[in-house]
Design a protein around this ligand. Structure first.
Ligand SMILES: [Zn+2]
Length: 297
């Protein structure tokens, strides 16, 4: 199915916080719109300028004259590569690591994603990169009027520049692709082009996010849920690391390792999608084991 954002089944997850759900369409993200008294923040754009125009029209209508802000959870095409449509209409804020990620890997990702199919290529037609208006390092408190939203860089995990968005007063957390519902964690492990994903750091990030136990968790893709979503990803990553490192130490071939662990994880989560990501996760964690060992020698 072509990755087209549709303004359908919009969910109010808390007072003046709505989600345009991805309706289980691949490469369509969950999009958030968070309102305050005088401003509204949009979280993620959809893939390419046409999807972003749909999101912008919805957000402008929702805002009813309130000032518009845009942020993106990380640089991946369906999350950030529509920011150009918001230029002049919204103030765009991101963390520095994400801005760097986009500048360095954005063009390569467009080429890679265009290879995924005609529908994807069509949506990526005409993507241009825009400079964010505000760039921060670790955290940024955005005052929407009677509501302060915290943008927080997590450090390298699913990508080099992930950030989460916390609506503290309503206890809502937008995670981007750090969390997916009903899916194996997405490891964009594409050596030699991109090896920035880190299973070890991702696990540490999930530990920190889970400690807050937010009431509502909006994942990058899949159904909105509660703190259990964070626990599910945490437990999966922990098990993936354990199973990978146990085999790594027994000097098993990487291919055998992938096959064994895939079988194990599928048995554990037969209903989860994205089985291809298991092997990439194993290979990523294998490389991290090497690094850790080397460092201790
Ligand atoms: Zn992603």
């Amino acid at each position: 199915m072509e990755p087209v954002v549709q303004i359908k089944d919009v969910q109010e997850v808390a007072k003046d916080v709505v989600v345009v759900p991805n309706r289980h369409v691949q490469l369509v993200p969950n999009i958030g719109v968070i309102g305050g008294r005088h401003a509204v923040l949009v979280v993620d754009t959809g893939m390419g300028p046409r999807n972003a125009e749909t999101v912008l029209a919805f957000a402008a209508d929702y805002a009813q004259g309130r000032k518009l802000y845009l942020t993106t959870t990380h640089f991946h095409p369906e999350h950030a590569m529509g920011a150009q449509s918001f230029a002049g209409e919204a103030t765009y804020l991101v963390n520095q690591a994400q801005a760097d990620d986009l500048a360095q890997k954005g063009p390569g990702y467009i080429e890679m994603f265009k290879g995924l199919g005609e529908g994807v290529a069509r949506q990526l037609e005409g993507v241009e990169f825009v400079q964010p208006d505000i760039v921060y390092d670790e955290a940024y408190d955005l005052d929407l009027g009677g509501r302060v939203v915290r943008l927080q860089a997590t450090g390298r995990a699913h990508s080099r520049g992930d950030q989460v968005v916390k609506v503290t007063d309503a206890d809502v957390l937008f995670t981007g692709d750090l969390v997916e519902t009903g899916q194996f964690a997405i490891f964009p492990w594409f050596p030699p082009y991109d090896t920035d994903v880190s299973g070890v750091r991702w696990l540490a990030v999930m530990q920190r996010l889970a400690a807050d136990a937010p009431q509502v968790v909006v994942p990058g893709h899949g159904d909105v849920g509660g703190a259990q979503l964070l626990a599910d990803v945490h437990d999966y990553l922990e098990l993936l690391r354990h199973e990978t490192w146990a085999r790594r130490d027994s000097a098993m071939s990487e291919q055998t390792m992938v096959e064994e662990i895939e079988a194990l994880m599928i048995e554990r989560h037969p209903e989860w999608e994205g089985r291809d990501w298991i092997g990439k996760g194993v290979r990523c964690l294998c490389s991290e084991r090497l690094t850790t060992t080397d460092r201790h020698l």
